[in-house]
Design a protein around this ligand. Structure first.
Ligand code: SF4
Length: 263
């Protein structure tokens, strides 16, 4: 626990950077400045130890859970927050009502529909990737065009990874953005007040933008699938515009680290 508290005070880490990220640490450019990543890497261990069957992983996670509870109590005491005075039932009812409203919002429904469209597309087009794999393997075997083929294989793989990573996250982030009926004001580095809901909406918008790019790449490699990809792209584009209309300040949100020029 002392280690966590010590790290939390280390200026190397950007305060709250992990609150508005996409949690794709493997692809993140700020792992060295993220406390969440540092705790995970040093206290939870490498990816291998995250295997759900790994006893060491769960033991460490349980230890971190206890350390975090202690840290939370210590921080609450420092800030004179009386944890026992919270009316959990009332708070839960309110959160639950806000979440229900958010889930029923047109934007969330559209995001949920997108995630189902992606699921169905990959299910019906699974053979497409197998065929492409066979095609690439046979060309590599006869030794022609390896550099280009490597690029093609990498771009297809990357595009699929991007689409899959954000497939459900867009919905999750939009529900979070819409769950804040009375958004929390937070301060950016330059002391500008911002709304928490805009931060979550911005993460969803970035996920949408990146997904659009990834679908565009797939269309380039699978032109015969243009119609079905276009359906998805049109839906994503509508979702993007709906999000910008519903949360018009989202694009201006400054995420700690990612959008602070001086970090
Ligand atoms: S900021 Fe980067 S390293 Fe930290 S949790 Fe988010 S994705 Fe992972």
């Amino acid at each position: 626990m002392r280690d966590i508290l010590k790290k939390a005070k280390d200026p190397r880490y950007i305060s709250g950077i992990y609150n508005y990220c996409d949690r794709w640490c493997e692809r993140c450019i700020f792992t060295s400045r993220c406390l969440n990543y540092a705790i995970g890497e040093e206290d939870i261990g490498t990816a291998a130890t995250r295997d759900i069957n790994n006893k060491e992983f769960w033991d460490k996670l349980h230890l971190i859970f206890k350390q975090t509870i202690e840290m939370m109590k210590e921080l609450a005491a420092e800030r004179e927050i009386n944890l026992s005075s919270l009316d959990i039932e009332v708070a839960y009812d309110e959160i639950s009502r806000q979440q229900d409203n958010a889930k029923n919002h047109d934007l969330s429904q559209a995001a949920n529909h997108y995630s189902k469209m992606v699921g169905s597309w990959f299910e019906s087009e699974y053979s497409l990737f197998e065929q492409k794999q066979d095609e690439l393997n046979s060309i590599i075997k006869i030794g022609i065009g390896n550099v280009e083929l490597y690029k093609e294989a990498t771009e297809i793989k990357d595009s699929v990874e991007v689409i899959r990573w954000y497939q459900h996250q867009i919905y999750v982030k939009l529900v979070r953005a819409l769950s804040h009926e009375e958004p929390v004001d937070i301060k950016a580095e330059d002391n500008i007040l911002q709304k928490d809901s805009d931060g979550f909406a911005l993460v969803a918008l970035i996920a949408i933008d990146r997904s659009i790019g990834a679908w565009g790449k797939l269309q380039e490699y699978f032109p015969e699938k243009t119609d079905s990809i276009l359906d998805i792209l049109l839906h994503l584009d509508r979702l993007r515009r709906m999000t910008e209309k519903t949360l018009p300040d989202a694009r201006n949100f400054k995420r700690p680290g990612f959008d602070d020029v001086n970090s």
